[in-house]
Design a protein. Sequence first.
Length: 304
Amino acid sequence: MNLNSLDLNLLVALDALLRDANVSRAAMRLNLSQPATSHALQRLRDLIGDPLLVRSGARMELTPRAQALRSPLAQALDQVRTLFISDEFDAARSERHFRLMMPDLAVELLMPSLMEKVTQLAPNVTIDVVPWRGPAIFTAEFARTIDLVISIGDSFKGFHRQRLYTDSDALAVRRGHPVGAKLKKREAFLTARHVAVIIRGQNEDLIDTWLRGKGIERRIALVVPGYIEALHVTARTDLVAFVPRRLISALSKQLSLATVTPPLDPGIDEQHMFYPTRAQMDPGSIWLRRLMLETGRELETGKA
């Protein structure tokens, strides 16, 4: 049989005919006229090479071939129907494994609150956070393994973007820093020794890219790969870190840090959530994205 020439509507008609063993009742089930249903039956007889329904006195009976087709045909049609029905995502029962990519500051700011929600709603769901990598080294093969990306404004091929929360940059210094308050002035800022954060996939600290556009070079004494390392070093030395303000606030008590407004304002940073286009209608992805967006809103309003 050439499946390219097969009209799947004929299989639906066949299912109705086999269920009712009556052309008139099958026509009503199919919402078709009796002549149209009779025509479908004739096409099916030609296709299958069997009469399927034969008259026995005042009623019709199924042939042995038709009887044998009833169960497998019903199962096949049920399987076809499931192709067009989205899978449900039962968070309370799910054992799904999600893989997220984000920088360390996003882990610090978002994951404690997000995991509280996940633990309460989906205790058997697990989340794997992998280190952030820039678009230049974000390969297609790697992208297929990722459910969500958290990043500052970068674009990732094959991913949709939604704003998660906003932030601004400030200077982090240890409490008791000898010139901490003076760092508000440009001269002290330029004299200070700074910690730069260069994340994997980047060539330099984004702050330095912005400063260079202003014709300014700061004194970099140390380069580290993450914001958390920068703040830990800053907390135990007289080095200065130019990092997101929300992160300083989150760790200020734990690390005895103070926040200083810099003499130059780089403006607002927008942290975004990216999700794969392929998962746009996936119920599990939709569930996780809603939780992440809720966590971002709570961070903005100070509830996180």
